[in-house]
Design a protein around this ligand. Structure first.
Ligand SMILES: Cc1cc2nc3c(=O)[nH]c(=O)nc-3n(C[C@H](O)[C@H](O)[C@H](O)COP(=O)(O)OP(=O)(O)OC[C@H]3O[C@@H](n4cnc5c(N)ncnc54)[C@H](O)[C@@H]3O)c2cc1C
Length: 511
């Protein structure tokens, strides 16, 4: 059978459904087909939203009401550092906001969020084949053909545009030879959902740790809590209904997950190596059948569009889940592609816009990687260095992306970050401080002082806001970085003087 569509979208999860919905809203006459492999969505990673992906969900897609009723409101990002596995819980370093988050962000159960988005796209007039697995794509300049299999039946549809929203399957990037593994960043992840995780704000904890309980004015339970270590970090994300998502991400140059009976036991055992994890996960159980792992996480497509095709979301690339940028990329690419296709179907020449997307996407990917992630695992377990990075990274994100997006979301979601000369300057500044923090982390490891300050302090700041007050936090981050540079200089000078005492052990601590 041959059907005719203007646009066929492969994959109906976040990026596919969002692209379809936006396209249909911009061009109601467009004939859009979504082909989704899964009969039902299951829970997946991508549960913590940022200020950018939340602005996309609330301002562009208009899902505030749905999110408020069906998902959890997130209360910021918190990081926990320890010096020794046997350290007391309330001696660990905590870094995060003191008060409720100022902008809306959410902890989402992706099985229900993606289902809702897809339903909304269908209600807006998009067609859906489901469960239907795309098996073949034939791209032609005027009309492409998409073949799929559903319940044992094979069908082919034709379309002017094919959009790849197939996630890590990255169908088009692989087929066209544009798929590139990011081998400079050898990170892997293991994750599961748990039941029986302790409540960070319980009465029991108030009694046991009164100073901890009184230090913070918001609920820590609703935050994305991170346990930090040398070469690894773990996320802890609450989900509506009480289950908790927890996962480990590690750099295989620096860390190996200890052996164990099975993957869930190995993950659980690892969480218990951190003093905070030991308290929180003491009675927790992995939900059966819900443990997963990915290796070689980062990759990208060297080209993301051509005449008649475009790639959105994870199908175009992925870097690292620290700071949760995955749905930010999905938001930018889905919004851009939907707009270009709507214009083209309305008869406009979009060659310049396709050229922009192909040129800017790899630049954005590269700049985002080098500024925020490259070699970060060398210093992320050191509370002083990582807290400086957190203030600088999130502060820059607020200045460069969050503030403009809240001023004019419709415009800002139609361009990609790190654009133009200003984007290159910002990327250079941020990459520079990241490289310096990496160098300081390595120097501390070599000198045996890595993680020396991972005990006895809490930094609970006012919170990031999209106005000039954010500069206070950036200044704090700068001073902390410069202070670390000065300490390093002093130690280097002292090391130049012949020492009678042997240098401290250079072996990195696991926590
Ligand atoms: C460990 C880890 C943690 C993460 N944590 C976060 C986080 O906290 N916050 C965040 O923002 N991001 C996070 N991410 C990233 C986030 O998960 C992704 O960016 C997001 O899920 C991508 O959405 P998508 O719609 O592009 O792709 P997906 O969600 O992968 O959807 C692809 C869809 O395509 C369908 N499909 C695939 N092949 C076919 C086919 N042949 N035919 C038909 N359909 C097909 C699939 O069934 C699926 O429904 C994380 C990623 C990882 C790896």
């Amino acid at each position: 059978m041959d059907f005719d569509y203007d646009v066929v979208i492969v994959g109906g999860a976040f990026s596919g459904a969002a692209t379809a919905l936006l396209l249909k809203r911009k061009n109601p006459a467009a004939r859009v087909l979504i082909i989704e492999k899964a009969e039902e969505f299951d829970r997946k990673v991508g549960e913590s939203t940022t200020e950018i992906s939340s602005a996309f969900l609330t301002r562009i897609l208009g899902l505030s009401n749905y999110l408020g009723h069906h998902q959890l409101v997130k209360q910021g990002l918190r990081m926990w550092f320890a010096k020794q596995p046997e350290q007391r819980f309330d001696d660990c370093v905590e870094v995060g906001a003191k008060y409720q988050a100022r902008l809306p962000t959410f902890q989402v159960d992706r099985s229900t969020l993606d289902a809702h988005l897809l339903e909304t796209a269908v209600a807006a007039g998009c067609d859906l084949r489901r469960p239907a697995k795309v098996t073949q794509l034939q791209l032609n300049a005027d009309r492409s053909h998409v073949s799929y299999e559903s319940h044992g039946i094979h069908e082919t549809v034709s379309a002017r545009w094919v959009v790849d929203a197939s996630g890590r399957a990255a169908m088009l990037a692989r087929k066209l030879g544009h798929f590139r593994q990011n081998t400079e960043h050898p990170i892997n992840a293991v994750w599961a959902r748990f039941s029986g995780v302790k409540d960070w704000d319980s009465y029991e904890w108030r009694e046991r740790f009164p100073a901890y309980a009184n230090a913070c004015r918001t609920a820590r339970s609703w935050a994305t809590n991170h346990l930090m270590g040398h070469g690894w970090w773990c996320w802890i994300i609450p989900l509506k209904g009480g289950d908790v998502s927890a996962g480990l991400v590690y750099d295989s140059r620096l860390f190996r997950l200890a052996e164990g009976a099975n993957l869930s036991e190995r993950l659980r055992a690892h969480l218990l190596t951190h003093p905070v994890g030991r308290e929180i996960f003491a009675d927790a159980q992995v939900i059966e059948g819900d443990v997963h792992a990915f290796s070689h996480l980062p990759y990208y497509s060297a080209q993301v569009c051509g005449d008649g095709w475009a790639i959105v979301g994870d199908a175009a690339g992925f870097i690292d889940p620290l700071y949760s940028p995955g749905l930010d990329f999905c938001s930018y690419t889905s919004s851009y592609v939907a707009d270009v296709l709507a214009e083209n179907l309305a008869g406009k020449d979009v060659r310049e816009r396709l050229r922009y997307f192909n040129q800017q996407y790899p630049l954005t990917y590269r700049a985002w990687f080098e500024t925020l992630y490259k070699d970060k695992y060398f210093y992320m377990g050191d509370a002083e260095l990582m807290s400086a990075a957190l203030l600088l990274d999130v502060g820059s994100y607020f200045v460069g992306l969050v503030t403009p997006v809240y001023k004019n979301p419709e415009r800002e979601f139609l361009r990609l970050p790190f654009e133009g000369v200003a984007g290159r300057i910002v990327a250079n500044i941020m990459s520079f401080y990241n490289r310096r923090l990496v160098a300081l982390g390595k120097a501390r490891l070599a000198g045996g002082t890595y993680g020396e300050q991972n005990a006895g302090w809490r930094e609970l700041y006012d919170g990031f806001v999209p106005d000039r007050r954010v500069w206070k936090l950036i200044r704090k981050g700068l001073f902390r970085w410069w202070n670390a540079e000065l300490t390093n200089l002093r130690l280097t000078r002292r090391a130049d003087v012949p020492q009678r005492v042997p240098a401290a052990s250079a072996a990195p601590m696991n926590v």
